[in-house]
Design a protein around this ligand. Structure first.
Ligand SMILES: Nc1ncnc2c1ncn2[C@@H]1O[C@H](COP(=O)(O)OP(=O)(O)OP(=O)(O)O)[C@@H](O)[C@H]1O
Length: 124
């Protein structure tokens, strides 16, 4: 097992990154949940014709959530690669990564409520 070639072109690095995203979408239940939630949120954003600034917050919320979830999956893989035995540090690493995802998820819910609640209230 030699070390991988470090001279990958920009294009092949990009394709590795895309295959990572595709793998996460295929293998991670949470990613599928984020994907469906994102479609709903984008649909609501179009329906309510949200402002440009609101779109920016929504796009950062969605993009950040996906990015963090992919990073969480990467950390889970590395931990599983290092040990399949119980180890307190393995638990800490996985729980810390999951905690980061949870913090961002809570933030996106607050952002979503701040943006959409006034539009929803106006409907009634
Ligand atoms: N090698 C390990 N040593 C100690 N604790 C572990 C180890 N692997 C997993 N855990 C702990 O077991 C629990 C479940 O871990 P698991 O790897 O199944 O991920 P998960 O949190 O269920 O995430 P997902 O459903 O996204 O895979 C977590 O609290 C994690 O910290």
């Amino acid at each position: 097992m030699g070390s991988p070639d470090k001279s990958n072109s920009f294009i092949s690095s990009l394709s590795f990154a895309f295959s990572g995203i595709a793998m996460a979408l295929k293998m991670e239940r949470n990613m599928r949940f984020h994907f469906i939630s994102s479609i709903i949120v984008v649909g609501m954003s179009c329906y309510f014709s949200i402002t440009k600034l609101e779109w920016l917050f929504i796009l950062f919320a969605i993009g950040g959530m996906f990015a963090l979830e992919v990073m969480n999956s990467a950390i889970e893989r590395v931990v599983d690669l290092v040990t399949s035995d119980y180890h307190p540090l393995a638990k800490q690493a996985k729980d810390l990564a999951a905690g980061a995802v949870l913090i961002y998820a809570a933030l996106t819910i607050v952002v979503g409520m701040i943006i959409f609640l006034p539009y929803v209230i106006k409907l009634f």
